[in-house]
Design a binder for this molecule. Sequence first.
Ligand SMILES: [Zn+2]
Length: 182
Amino acid sequence: MKYCPRCATLLEMQVLNERPRLVCPRCEFIYWNNPLPVAGAAVIDERGHILLARRAVAPLRGWWNLPAGFMEWGESAEEAACREVREETGIEVLITGYLTAAGVAREEQPWASITYVFYYARPIGGRLRAGDDADDAAFFPPDALPEQIAFSSNRKALACWEEDRSRGRLIALGYASSASGP
Ligand SMILES: [Zn+2]
């Protein structure tokens, strides 16, 4: 961003809250560049397999990820996760619990500042069919996941799922969170 979105004055770099920020010298607009929330889901079926989508778009086209996407204005993170699963895979889901959140390093994703929130979900309908920015979608058993998993956030979510399974948490198998816990 170069010009103030409010008054079109050239922005200046200033250090605010210990970080360099673009600030408007005329109207005092501050470009904070805060992360945008992305919501996604680890959809686990009754066999304990996880739903992944293959990316049809850059970056990392052809790599696999958990269905996820940017939240829309007025949408909850849970609603966004369900919508993204439906759009990318055709599957209707019910959120069963929280999985993990993951920030993204600027070095890894310089094109956008993002924070992921992942939920557990289980399928309740729909038909498997890749769509939106995915060109394939499939359920994978935990011991046969694709090698190319896009983004450290997604690898972290899969690692958390593995840890939950090893602890015997039912939520990691797609059951409701009320039935889980040690
Ligand atoms: Zn301004």
